[in-house]
Every structure is written in structure tokens, then in C-alpha cells.
Design a protein. Structure first.
Length: 456
């Protein structure tokens, strides 16, 4: 299957500023999300003392989040990622602001918090899906390769995790989990403003759907069209299967295992934030290196090495109670390796999807990759409750290695090294916006039946 987005390059100067604006939008969005990912579990854990109830809150947000994200693809394809991102972000600001506002008045009960995070998960999902769909659009508008933009997105993801964890841990320790969410409100507000006022006008002339056939006209018909394409690509299926399980294990680590480690060692939220910040900071460096070398890296070799370094060692060092300097060194090495994973897999996913299907296939792929995430907190909480912290860490670490290495035994896995680019003629030029070249345009390739990849 030699499909992918069609990219037309011109001799006119593209706008590198688009990539930096996209990076800014992503930093604001992800930093706010990461801070909330620490603040809410810590609030629940310290007010209830129950890892299981902490996992329930994570499930309540992520379950509807995954479902709505899966369903939002046709909407993104129809009206565009920027409008979806702006509307979703605006509504998310209001939902998140309700938590610290109610906490400040003494009205925030546990059932009310569960209801609010369900609401927030529903509101956030379309906007997050839209931002990921912007990767090929930004690649065209900025003149950068998919590997570079995907790598930059991965680096920003890690940077946001670093800032959110480091700043969040200190703020949460000072004012509490619920009150700290005002920072998330501020970050999401900046995200909406920059996306709507600066990024939107600069990518208005890039159309992934240009020249593509209409296909199905009903909403669910378009959704089925995306699903048929996704399940017919064995490489995408293999990647998504790995991501689904590892995301669940990461959620178990972040929501239940690591907070319980911080609680038992007496380090508290500051130590938890510092732990995440060290791993994230080193992964930023790894992602930056991956972005610069992306087109020259052997994808399969990097995949194996990165997952071996980021997998079991991180869980093992916490399980054996190693001294803090040793723990931080191991997490720093694993974090650097982790920075190479998302840029590579992100580029593989995007380059295999036709432009006119980008929204629905990409959001379906992300939703499937996140399908087990809602139960991650529950799994982590149950493991800690039933086995204790040390055995739970070993269990999750060993499972991580087995899951990430299993696809390397499949003959079809060699296809991740096959880079796909299809150059197609551009359609009629549209009006330029703030320096964006008039003839820069992404076009969807003509849909064909997906080729059968070698089966194991």
C-alpha cells in the first residue's frame, strides 16, 4: 500500500514561523494537561486515602474522552482542525475552572468531582484530536518534513510534561491539587487564543481534502470509511496495539504506582513532580535529537533500543528502593530513549494515511491507542492494593517489555522502515494568509484498496 498524504513543494518561501506557533499552542495545551494529571490524582489520594478511588476518577475522565475522540474524526475532516480545537478548548476551560471554583466554596464532593471529570473528558477529546491532525498541515505550511514536525510535537509533549510536572509539583505542594488547577485554566486559555488568532490564519490555505473524492456523505458512513482503512493496514494495527497496552501501563504508573511511591517514601508531591520532570526533561533532549535525525534513523533498531531502555529499568529501580541519585539517573536514561519513540511512530502513522481521511483515521488510531488508558489507573490501584508496591512495579515492568518486543517478531514490522511520500499536482491556488505561499497545498491521494502486508 503506497498511499499517504500528497505534498506539493513550491519555489516560493514557506513560513517557518508556523512551526513555532504550533509548538507554542502545543506547549500551552499539554502543560496544562500534565499539571492536571498530577493535581487531580493527588487531590483524590490525599482526601480519600484510596488508590482505587483515585483510579476511578482517572477512568471517569478517560473513558468518555476515548469514545468522543474516536467519533470526532469526521467533524474534524468536515470543518477543519482549527475551529474544532478552539471551540473544544474554550469549553474545556469552563469545565476545568469549575473544580477549583467549587473547591474554594467547599462544595466539591467526590461524586461531583467524578461528574466534572466526565464532562471535561468529553470536552477535551475533539480538540486534542484536532491538534494531532494538524501535524501534516504544519509540515506543508512550514516547509518541514513529517519527521521534523512529528519530532517537534514529541519534544513539546515531553517539554510540557517537564514544565507541568516540575511547576505542578511545587504549586500542588503549596496550595493543594484543586487550587493548582487555575494554572491549567490559564494555560488552556493561552492555547485557545494563540490557536485561533495566530495559527489559524497561517494554515488556512492548506487543505488535506483538496482533490479527494467525497466518498460517504453521512457522518457514520465517513467514520466507517476511516475504520475500514485503518483495520486494513497491518502496520498501523501493530503500532496501535503496542501503544494501547503501553499507554495503559503508563497510566498505571503515573496515576497509582508513582504517587504511592512518593507517599510511602515521604517525598510527597514535590518529589513526584521532580521524578517526572527529570524523566521528561531528558526525553525532551531525546525528541529534539530524533527530530533532527529523523529521516536518517533506522526505525526498527531505534524502536527496540528505546523501548528496552524506557521499560523495565524504570519500574525496577523504584521497586528495589534504589537511592534517589540512582533512580534519577535511570529515569533520565530511559527518558532520553523515550524521546525517540513518538517522533518515529508518529511519522509512520501520519505518512500512511491519505489526506482526505486524515481526521477520521488519525482520531480513530489515537482513540484505539488510548482504549485501555481508562483502566490503567484502576489496574495500578488494584495491583498496589492486592500485591503491594514492589511486586506491582515488577509486574507492570515485565509486562511492558513483553508487549513492546512482541511486534518485532512479526514479518510485517519491517514495513515501518519504508518511508512513503507521494507528490501530486496542486489545485488552484488560494489566497495567501500572513506570508503563507499561495500554492502550498496538501492533497489527498486517490483511495485504493489497502495492500496485504506479510502475515506472521
Amino acid at each position: 500500500m503506497d498511499q499517504g498524504i500528497g505534498i506539493e513543494r513550491t519555489t516560493r518561501q514557506v513560513s517557518p514561523q508556523v512551526l513555532w506557533i504550533f509548538i507554542s499552542v502545543t506547549v500551552f495545551s499539554l502543560a496544562g494537561t500534565r499539571l492536571a494529571a498530577i493535581a487531580v490524582p493527588w487531590y483524590v489520594l490525599t482526601t480519600t486515602g484510596s488508590p482505587a478511588l483515585t483510579g476511578v476518577v482517572a477512568f471517569a475522565e478517560l473513558a468518555p474522552y476515548v469514545v468522543v475522540k474516536a467519533l470526532s474524526g469526521p467533524l474534524i475532516d468536515r470543518i477543519g482542525p482549527i475551529p474544532v480545537s478552539v471551540v473544544s478548548g474554550t469549553l474545556s476551560v469552563l469545565g476545568i475552572a469549575a473544580i477549583p471554583a467549587l473547591h474554594g466554596t467547599g462544595m466539591l464532593s467526590y461524586p461531583m468531582l467524578v461528574a466534572l471529570v466526565v464532562f471535561i473528558g468529553i470536552l477535551r477529546a475533539p480538540g486534542d484530536g484536532a491538534k494531532a491532525t494538524l501535524v501534516p498541515v504544519v509540515a506543508v505550511a512550514s516547509g518541514a518534513s513529517l519527521e521534523k514536525v512529528s519530532g517537534a510535537y514529541g519534544a513539546v509533549d515531553r517539554l510540557a510534561a517537564t514544565l507541568g510536572a516540575a511547576l505542578g509539583g511545587l504549586v500542588i505542594a503549596a496550595v493543594g491539587g484543586a487550587t493548582a488547577l487555575w494554572l491549567t485554566v490559564g494555560a488552556f486559555t493561552l492555547d485557545v487564543l494563540v490557536a485561533g488568532l495566530l495559527l489559524g490564519p497561517r494554515v488556512a490555505c492548506v487543505d488535506l481534502r483538496s482533490g479527494a473524492p467525497e466518498g460517504c456523505t453521512s457522518y457514520f458512513g465517513r467514520l466507517r470509511e476511516g475504520w475500514r482503512f485503518l483495520r486494513g493496514d497491518s502496520v498501523l494495527v501493530a503500532i496501535i496495539a503496542v501503544l494501547a497496552v503501553t499507554n495503559m501501563l503508563e497510566q498505571a504508573f503515573g496515576v497509582a504506582l508513582a504517587p504511592m511511591w512518593a507517599l510511602q517514601t515521604g517525598g510527597g508531591p514535590a518529589a513526584l513532580g521532580f521524578l517526572f520532570a527529570v524523566a521528561s526533561a531528558s526525553s525532551v533532549l531525546g525528541a529534539i535529537v530524533a527530530a533532527g535525525l529523523g529521516e536518517r534513523l533506522p526505525r526498527r533498531t531505534v524502536y527496540i533500543g528505546a523501548y528496552l531502555l524506557v521499560g523495565l529499568p524504570r519500574f525496577a529501580v523504584l521497586a528495589i528502593g534504589a537511592p534517589l541519585p540512582v533512580t534519577l539517573t535511570v529515569l533520565a536514561i530511559g527518558g532520553f530513549a523515550a524521546g525517540f519513540i513518538n517522533p518515529i511512530l508518529g511519522a509512520v502513522i501520519v505518512e500512511r494515511i491519505p489526506g482526505h481521511l486524515m481526521g477520521r483515521v488519525n482520531t480513530l488510531a489515537m482513540a484505539c491507542a488510548w482504549a485501555l488508558l481508562p483502566v490503567g489507573g484502576l489496574v495500578g490501584g488494584l495491583l498496589v492494593t492486592g500485591l503491594g508496591l514492589g511486586p506491582a512495579l515488577w509486574t507492570v515492568g515485565i509486562a511492558y517489555v513483553l508487549v513492546t518486543m512482541s511486534p518485532t517478531l512479526m514479518p510485517a514490522w519491517r514495513l515501518i522502515d519504508r518511508r512513503r511520500r507521494t507528490l501530486t499536482p496542486a489545485g488552484p491556488p488560494c489566497a495567501a494568509a500572513d506570508g503563507l505561499p499561495e500554492s502550498s497545498r496538501v492533497q489527498g491521494s486517490t483511495p485504493r484498496q489497502p495492500a496485504r502486508s506479510p502475515q506472521p
